[in-house]
Design a protein around this ligand. Structure first.
Ligand SMILES: NC(=O)C1=CN([C@@H]2O[C@H](COP(=O)(O)OP(=O)(O)OC[C@H]3O[C@@H](n4cnc5c(N)ncnc54)[C@H](OP(=O)(O)O)[C@@H]3O)[C@@H](O)[C@H]2O)C=CC1
Ligand SMILES: Cc1cn([C@H]2C[C@H](O)[C@@H](COP(=O)(O)OP(=O)(O)O[C@H]3O[C@@H](C)C(=O)[C@@H](O)[C@H]3O)O2)c(=O)[nH]c1=O
Ligand SMILES: [Mg+2]
Length: 283
């Protein structure tokens, strides 16, 4: 049995659609603010592999709640990794472009030095370090700008705001790869199988949707494809103050993921159409 931490999150939900036999633990069954409790669930349920799809993802709120974010994003994955390593079973853990400082315009390779700009990125980096330190079979999959028909994400925010306005101002000097939760779920499953088969494939990998765009370009594409008549005006991040600083360059170099697992960068425009259709069909 595969054990998944997370039930209602964007990626967890897509995993549920693809792994009907897996056991999914919601917050009520495994609170990541209790890392020892998470490790205990692994010992008790004796899975063949674990995926961690739960995290503290409120980027701005993390600035004022870093201790809680560090428990959930740092200590809990570390405890899961130690429990998995003790049993010799693989752990697939998700991480983020926000572990990088966003300097330059070159896509970041997995071994590029990390230097998070904010609390969320710092706590996610702590989780990566804890997973590596446990030294068991593992894959850390960094992704970016996740969207789906469920939960909170930029696509749903734009559709909500755009429905009531003729124009929106959106940051144009932050560039990255929007990634559907569905594509990430599929990649998690493929990578899990590969690491289960060949533990030597353990490591840190990148997967983000293509092509890379600014948030403003992403917003324009959301309106074009959904048919909402809302214009998007480019603004610099300096004109959109937020508690957390965000990287200007969120491009991820995904070449090693393609080489190791045959997974190429998913086209987010195709996945966006799927999500828009899914949203239309929702009650
Ligand atoms: N969202 C994004 O844009 C990106 C996400 N990632 C990473 O991908 C992974 C999946 O993210 P995504 O699916 O978007 O996440 P979501 O924000 O959609 O969901 C987060 C999930 O984590 C759960 N969770 C939060 N705190 C706790 C806790 N204390 N105990 C138990 N569960 C908790 C939430 O549960 P509840 O519903 O009860 O609150 C929710 O199910 C994460 O590791 C994230 O860091 C990486 C790059 C981009
Ligand atoms: C709502 C809105 C946002 N923005 C900007 C703010 C910000 O720079 C950008 C995106 O805003 P969001 O709050 O959706 O993005 P954010 O929550 O920072 O998204 C991040 O979440 C975490 C979990 C990750 O791991 C990252 O990969 C990334 O997806 O858009 C505008 O310019 N105009 C707007 O009207
Ligand atoms: Mg957000």
């Amino acid at each position: 049995m595969i054990l998944v931490f997370g039930r209602t999150g964007q990626v967890a939900r897509e995993l549920r659609a693809r792994l009907p036999e897996a056991r999914f633990l919601g917050r009520d069954e495994a609170d990541l603010a209790d890392p020892a409790g998470c490790a205990a669930r692994i010992a008790e349920l004796a899975p063949e592999a674990v995926i961690n799809a739960a995290a503290y993802t409120a980027v701005d709120r993390a600035e004022s709640e870093e201790d809680l974010a560090r428990l959930v994003n740092g200590a809990a994955p570390a405890a899961m990794a130690r429990a998995c390593a003790a049993r010799g079973i693989p752990l697939v853990h998700l991480s983020t472009d926000y572990v990088f400082d966003g300097a330059g315009e070159t896509p970041f390779a997995p071994d590029h030095p990390t230097a998070p700009l904010g609390a969320y990125g710092r706590t996610k980096l702590a989780g990566e370090e804890g997973v590596r330190a446990a030294n068991g079979p593992h894959a850390i999959l960094r992704t970016s700008w996740v969207f789906s028909a469920h939960g909170g994400n930029f696509v749903k925010t734009m559709l909500r705001l755009g429905a009531g306005r003729e124009r929106l101002t959106v940051v144009a000097d932050q560039v990255g790869g929007p990634t559907s939760a569905a594509a990430i779920a599929e990649a998690c499953i493929a990578i899990l199988r590969a690491v289960q088969d060949t533990p030597a494939r353990s490591g840190t990998y990148h997967l983000s949707g293509a092509p890379d765009v600014s948030w403003a370009e992403f917003a324009r594409e959301i309106f074009a494809r959904s048919g909402l008549p809302c214009a998007v005006e480019d603004i610099p991040a300096s004109a959109y103050p937020t508690p957390a600083r965000r990287p200007a360059n969120s491009r991820l170099d995904c070449a090693a993921t393609t080489a190791a697992f045959g997974l190429s960068r998913p086209d987010w425009r195709r996945d966006l159409d799927d999500v828009l259709h899914e949203l239309e069909a929702l009650p």
